[in-house]
Design a protein around this ligand. Structure first.
Ligand code: FPP
Ligand code: MG
Length: 345
């Protein structure tokens, strides 16, 4: 897929079309989310209202609801889980922006800039802990365990990445561990819970989870590409944070692979210095010219293509089992996977 195809139309309009099969269900989720973000204390309500505005594409709730509908049933607990996952997602981004020193997200000031880091830690905590109220209301130990494991996996991925700061010798396996933990675990949890609540079990449920994991990994790879070569006005968030914070991501791993041993050594020495903004832009340019950025996009495209094949098999199995599968919801899951590969927001 070329850069032009990646950015060929208005992604928000496309999303509205993709979300059409779950339009009503997403509205119910938004109401659940709004209600759970009401505290009663005016100061805390101010923090929670602002966090609600930080909400983006509602990708995780949409994946959960689409997975449930695809397998034939969206029940009440889907709304609780979808709202809870969105709150965990927002809470983790509030924390992430402190760690990355980011100044804006979704075209708004980050919580650490609007207030301060101290409050941002606590506001992120508030969001994540309130999400567990919703999960407890599901009264199901499978759901509880899955969401608590997902939180641990997210933190472990972030910790692995933190411990790898300044290490420009990361392997592909290292990178996969980071991305699977910090990003894919939440997206995997979304499709898992959708499938689970709709009654999917065993191999089918594993496939719902695998589908989410693959598009989650692709999502983070594109995010890492955008961090290097994206446009801040289009993404609405601070970019360039990976190089500035000395985090090695997939495009850099692919860049190192394209260099001779001596070129790689020179680059490592350069990366060990305090890089200026202009030097970071130069490095990103070199990476683009070397084909490393395109190579990382191809890695992500391969994940999307595997995810799409898996989805086709899953739909066929659902039909064979005599389930009331929704082909519209399956089509939207596929469209959402493709959307991940061309997002610029
Ligand atoms: C974005 O990465 C960050 C994440 C996907 C996860 C961050 C998670 C934490 C800080 C821990 C959260 C704690 C719990 C308990 C869940 P990025 O910086 O690459 O993406 P960005 O460009 O959107 O900032
Ligand atoms: Mg970040």
């Amino acid at each position: 897929m070329t850069d032009a195809q990646r950015h060929d139309s208005n992604p928000r309009l496309d999303l509205r079309e993709i979300y059409r099969p779950i339009e009503r269900e997403l509205e119910t989720t938004t109401t659940t989310l709004r209600n759970s973000l009401r505290h009663g204390d005016p100061t805390l309500d101010g923090y929670l209202d602002y966090s609600f505005q930080l909400g983006g594409k509602r990708l995780r709730p949409a994946l959960l609801l689409l997975a449930a509908q695809a397998w034939g049933r969206v029940e009440e607990r889907c709304y609780l889980c979808a709202a809870a996952l969105e709150m965990i997602h927002t809470g983790s981004l509030v924390h992430d922006d402190i760690l990355d020193g980011a100044r804006f997200r979704r075209h708004l000031e980050t919580v650490n800039v609007k207030w301060d880091s101290h409050r941002a830690v606590l506001i992120g905590d508030l969001l994540i802990t309130r999400a567990f109220d919703l999960i407890c209301a599901c009264d199901d130990s499978v759901i509880f365990r899955k969401v608590s494991n997902l939180c641990q996996a997210t933190v472990e991925g972030e910790l692995f990445q933190t411990n790898a700061i300044g290490n420009f010798n990361l392997t592909l396996d290292d990178y996969n561990v980071i991305v699977r933990g910090k990003t894919a675990s939440l997206i995997e949890c979304s499709t898992f819970l959708g499938g689970y609540l709709a009654g999917a079990r065993d191999a089918d449920l594993d496939d719902f989870a695998r589908f989410g994991r693959m598009i989650g990994m692709a999502f983070q790879i594109f995010d890492d590409v955008l961090d290097l070569v994206g446009d801040e006005r289009a993404t609405g968030k601070t970019l360039g944070t990976d190089l500035a914070n000395r985090k090695e991501t997939l495009p850099m791993i692919r860049y190192f692979e394209s260099l001779s041993d001596s070129e790689a050594e020179t680059l490592r020495e350069r990366l060990a210095t305090d890089l200026t903004y202009v030097e970071r832009v130069e490095i990103a340019d070199e990476m683009r010219r070397s084909g490393a950025v395109e190579a990382a996009c191809k890695d992500a495209d391969a994940l999307i293509s595997d995810a799409l094949q898996l989805l086709t098999r899953l739909e066929a199995r659902g039909c064979a089992l005599g389930r009331q599968v929704s082909s519209d919801a399956f089509a939207s899951l596929a469209a959402l996977a493709r959307f991940v590969a061309r997002r610029n927001i």
